[in-house]
Every structure is written in C-alpha cells, then in structure tokens.
Ligand binder design. Sequence first.
Ligand code: SF4
Ligand code: SF4
Length: 424
Amino acid sequence: MADYRQMWADLNMDLEKHDVLCEVLPEAFGGVFLSQEKRPEGMDFYDFVVSEIHGVRPSELIEHQKQGGKVFGTFCVYVPDEVVFAAGGIAAGLCGGSQFWVPGGEKVLPINTCALIKASVGARLDKTCPFFQIPDMYVGETTCDGKKKAWEILAGEVPFHVIDIPQMKRDKDIAAFEGEIMEFIQIVEKVTGNKVTPEKLGQGIKLINEKRRALQRLYNARKATPVPISGKDALLVTQIAFYDDPARCAQMANRLAEELEQRISQQEGVFPADAVRIMVSGTPMAIPNWKIHHLVETAGAAVVVEEACTGTRYFENLVDESGQTLEEQVRALAERYMKTNCACFTPNPGRIDDIIRMAKEYKVDGIIDVNLQFCNLYSTESYLVKQALAEQNLPSIHIETDYSEQDYEQLRTRIEAFLEMLRK
Ligand code: SF4
Ligand code: SF4
C-alpha cells in the first residue's frame, strides 16, 4: 500500500489503533478471496481497491473537498444519492462491517445493538476509519430504533441530517417521502452551495441508474449454470459500489459483466455445474463482512444471489428518467425508493415476493436467511419468510450471527448440514 500516514494524521485518526486494522485486513482478504480459483480477471480492480482500502478512495474524497466539493457519509439504501451528486457533492456509504470497530461502539451503545450499528459508531468514535473522518455531513434515516438513537450520538461528532423513512407504503407515505426528499435537496443545496436544478437532478438520476444497470447486468450473469463468478467476488463488487465513484463503478461492473458473459457462452464456471446454489437473504453485509459467503463457498456450494441491501435491494428498480420538473423527478425518486423492501416496513409482503421470485430466477436450491444478532426487524420477519418459503417447497435455514469469529465452527456445522440435505 502507498504511504497514506500523513493523510490519516491530517484526518485526526488514531494511527496506532488503525495500524492494527491495517495489519489484519490483508491477511483476512488473502485467505478469503485470493485463495479462490478461476477468478475473473475483472476482479483485479476490486482487489486493488481493497489493497488500498483506506487510501485510494479517501484521497479522492479529500481532493474533491480541496476543490471546494462536499462529501456526505450515508448509512442506508434509502438515502437518494442522486440529490447529492446533482449538487456536485459525493455520497459515500459508511456502514461498518468489521468486528474491529464493535468494542468502540459498545462503549456507548447497549450491548444488544446489532454489530452494524456498533461498528459504525465505533469506527467514528475510535477514529480508525478515514471514511468516517472525511464527510462534511452524515445522512442517516429512521429505519430502525437502533439507528435512530445512534444518530443522536454521532450528531455530537459530525453535522447530521436524518431522513424520515415511512414505515408503511400507502400513497400518503410515498407523498411524505417526497417531502423528505424535497427537504434533503434544500439541506444539500445549503451544504454544497450549489442549486439542484431539474437538469442537474436529471443527470444525477441517470448517473445512479447507470450504476444500477451495470450491477443488474452483473447479477444477471449469476443466473447462469455453471455460475461464472463466486458469491464472495460478487458481494465484494456490491460492497465497494457503496462508496466508489458511481461512473467508475458502472464502468468496472460492466467490464466484469462482459467477461462473465463470455464465460457463460463458453460454459465456464467457478463451481461445477451441479454445485448447490444458495441465496443469502437478510441484513446487510458491509465490507469486510464475508463470513457466511466464505463458509458456504468453502463447503463447495455457490452463493448466486443476495436478497440484501448489499445485494439486489441496492440496485433493483430504476428511477424513471422522464421527469422534467423537480416535482416530477422527486416523485419518481420517492416511487423508486419506496419499492425497496426492507423489514423496517409493515406489512412487508414485497420482500417475501422478492425472495420467491429470485429463488426461481437464480435457480436456487436453498435459502440462508441471515440476520445480524439483535436486529429485531429482520429476526421477527424471518418467521413469515420461513413460512412462505416452506409453502413454496423452498428449503431454508435461519441464522443469527455477528461479526465475531466465535460462532464460526458452529455455523460451519449448521451450514454444512444444510448443504448436505440439499445435495440428497
Ligand atoms: S436493511 Fe434496511 S435499514 Fe439497513 S441499510 Fe437496508 S434498507 Fe437501510
Ligand atoms: S441490521 Fe437491523 S438493527 Fe442493524 S441497522 Fe439494519 S435494520 Fe437496524
């Protein structure tokens, strides 16, 4: 890795603590990713990004700030990035996926908070992640109680805007979300000093749609048998998409998809054609959380799709690009975002429909419904998910886990037993 110590020092990071993270990450990445066989060449870019994970993109964000631009750190797929880019800002996803940050979060949060929230708060309070140090503003949402209250703590650190996400999807809720987007536009205009015109918002919508199209194309390739890319590699692409430059993200995902399409035409796969095909469904897997994918794939099965925010929820559904006025565009944004089916909504039958539809599209043999421990929303919803899948004769297991390694062997046993059952 190039030397970024001065940049980290300028960001007021705890360099000593951060060194510990820098030491463990390459080894973890090597063990999980570089040990795989027949990886697509297009993964080179993503390997490079990880090798410079706290250097290359943070330095781009800082350069943007030096040119007078603003950076917005976000925590959820309901934040309309289009608005930020329309105002000449950059939106970068911040969700923490490492156990390294969890103890820092536990200093101020109840222990029975999900690892994602604890890691996100810990990364900021411990000053061990440049992405958390850089933003001019954090943008949170009211999706779950843990997040809502964590924002109040983080608001003591960084200017914070909270978008109120409805909990139902009636017309009046979508109208309320339109109001939230309008307010967000005003906030972003104020922070950046730039006006969000219909022309600019139209460009922002196209930019983010292009990213979505590229990721859709990549995921389409995963429907093939044999599957041309591992689940771990596909997950890594989506995880990086959260903070990479959207145009470059689209370009790299398209390049990779093209290679995968060639592999498909030559019937080339990373797993044998008869490998068990798994859908992972549930709570997000923020980088560097590769735990379940690694367990499944080292047991010889392939993860072919993630029904998760670090998966299809991130890029399914495009925003209608035909709006000419700000009102029309904001309506289109609200409609698109309200199609995303997070367990924070009640009722949430759309998510179950998505899982069943995708199980068919991706020809999955079984579903692993994975929830972060202490995520009440997804854990409670898992009851209805299981019931609906059983009605469709789709085998599934429910797993609750966190970022630690403590339950690793126990999970391995459960996952191997599930895969064995699917092989019979
Ligand atoms: S699971 Fe829900 S709250 Fe979490 S990132 Fe996804 S949409 Fe947002
Ligand atoms: S995993 Fe669950 S508890 Fe954690 S942030 Fe997402 S919705 Fe909230």
